[in-house]
Design a protein around this ligand. Structure first.
Ligand SMILES: Cc1cc2nc3c(=O)[nH]c(=O)nc-3n(C[C@H](O)[C@H](O)[C@H](O)COP(=O)(O)O)c2cc1C
Length: 331
C-alpha cells in the first residue's frame, strides 16, 4: 500500500499535512505531530503587521538618533537590539525546528498587501524553511472597491513575494471569488507553485454583553468540506501546480474524498486541535483499510478519479447534479 504523494516537489510519506494552528507554533508540538506520522508541517503564521511593525520600530529608532546627534551612525542598533522582535523570533524558530525534525517545514506569512515587507521572505528562506505558504486575508470594507481590484491585490502580492524566493510558494486562498478556479490560475501565473483550497475565515459575531463586534477562530467539522471537494474536482489537472485540500477534513474518509477530487495533500487543523495528534494514526489506518477493501494500491492511482477532468461538459454536469439534489430530497 503506497500512501506516498508529492506536494510542492516534496516526496511525502502520506498526504497528511498539519495546517497552521497553535499546534504548529512550537518545536515540542511539531515533534509530537512528526512522531504521530504527519508528513509535513505548516508553521503558525507570521503576520504582515508584525513585520511592518518591526520596520516602523527600526525606522523610529534610527530617526530619533539621527536627529539628536551629529555622529548618528554610532547609534545604529546592534544585533542585540533586534533580538526581541517578533519577526526575528519567527526566523529563530524556523532554525530551531529545522535542526530537530526531518519533515518538510513550510513557513507561513499572513498578509493583506504587497509592500516592502515581502523582502522578509528571503530571510525565511535563509533560515531554512523548505517552502513558504502565503495566506492573504483581505476583507474589502469599501463599497466602492470592485471585485477585479480585490483580485489584483492578491495577484500583486503573490507576484512581488515570489520574486524573493527560490523555495516553493504555496498560496492558501479563500473561496470568496466569482470564479475561484480562475483566481487560482492567476495566482499560479503570478508565481505560486501550490494552491491550498481553502482558507477558513474566522467567524464574525457580536458580544451582547460588551456590545462589540468580535471574531472567533472557526473550528470546523466534516460538514465544511463541501467547497474544498467541489473546487479540487474542478481544478484537478487544469493548472500546473500542487493542490492541497484544507477545511473540514476530519477523518480518513474525508482525506480519501479530497484525493479522489484531485488534491495532492490534505491539511488538518481542527481535527488535531479537538482530538490531539494521536488522531493522525487513526486517519491513516482508516485510509489504508478502505484502500485495501476497494483494491487501491496507491494514493497516486486514486488522485483525481472523481474529478471533472473527464467530464465532457462540466458546467452541465454541475447544474444537473444541483437540480437532482434539490428535486430528489426526501424527508
Ligand atoms: C486556532 C486556529 C489558529 C489558526 N492559525 C492560523 C494561522 O496562524 N495561519 C493560517 O494561515 N491559518 C490558521 N488557521 C487556519 C487553519 O490553518 C486551517 O486553514 C483552517 O482551520 C481550516 O482547516 P480545518 O478545517 O482542518 O480546521 C488557524 C485555525 C485555527 C482553528
Amino acid at each position: 500500500m503506497q500512501l506516498s504523494t508529492t506536494f510542492l516537489g516534496f516526496d511525502l510519506k502520506n498526504p497528511l499535512i498539519a495546517s497552521a494552528s497553535p499546534l504548529t507554533a512550537s518545536l515540542e508540538s511539531i515533534k509530537k505531530l512528526e512522531d504521530n506520522g504527519i508528513a509535513a508541517v505548516i508553521m503558525h503564521s507570521l503576520f504582515e503587521e508584525e513585520i511592518t511593525h518591526e520596520i516602523h520600530q527600526i525606522d523610529h529608532f534610527l530617526h530619533i538618533h539621527s536627529h539628536s546627534h551629529a555622529e548618528a551612525t554610532t547609534y545604529l542598533p546592534s544585533e542585540v537590539d533586534f533580538d526581541n522582535l517578533q519577526a526575528d523570533h519567527y526566523l529563530e524558530e524556523i532554525r530551531r525546528i529545522k535542526e530537530s525534525v526531518a519533515l518538510p517545514l513550510i513557513a507561513s506569512l499572513n498578509s493583506v498587501s504587497a509592500g516592502g515587507w515581502v523582502t522578509y521572505a528571503k530571510k525565511i528562506e535563509q533560515a531554512g524553511a523548505d517552502a513558504l505558504e502565503l495566506n492573504i486575508t483581505y476583507i474589502p470594507t469599501s463599497i466602492d472597491m470592485r471585485g477585479d481590484e480585490v483580485e489584483q491585490r492578491y495577484v500583486d502580492t503573490v507576484a512581488s513575494l515570489s520574486q524573493h524566493l527560490t523555495i516553493p510558494l504555496n498560496v492558501k486562498m479563500n473561496a470568496y471569488f466569482s470564479n475561484p478556479a480562475n483566481m487560482a490560475k492567476r495566482l499560479v501565473n503570478a508565481g505560486a507553485r501550490g494552491i491550498t483550497l481553502f482558507d477558513n475565515p474566522t467567524l464574525a459575531d457580536v458580544d451582547l454583553e460588551l456590545l462589540t463586534a468580535l471574531q472567533k477562530a472557526n473550528i470546523t467539522s466534516s460538514y465544511n468540506l463541501s467547497e474544498t471537494l467541489r473546487w479540487c474536482a474542478i481544478l484537478y489537472n487544469k493548472i500546473s501546480c500542487s493542490l492541497c485540500a484544507n477545511t473540514g477534513i476530519h477523518s480518513g474518509e474525508d482525506v480519501l474524498k479530497t484525493i479522489m477530487s484531485g488534491a495532492d495533500a490534505a491539511a488538518l487543523a481542527s481535527v488535531l486541535l479537538i482530538k490531539g495528534e494521536g488522531e493522525i494514526q487513526n486517519i491513516l489506518t482508516t485510509m489504508t483499510e478502505w484502500m485495501e477493501k476497494h483494491e487501491y494500491e496507491s494514493i497516486e492511482q486514486m488522485k483525481g478519479s472523481i474529478s471533472l477532468l473527464h467530464t465532457d461538459n462540466p458546467s452541465a454536469y454541475e447544474r444537473n447534479s444541483y437540480m437532482y439534489a434539490l428535486q430528489h430530497y426526501r424527508t
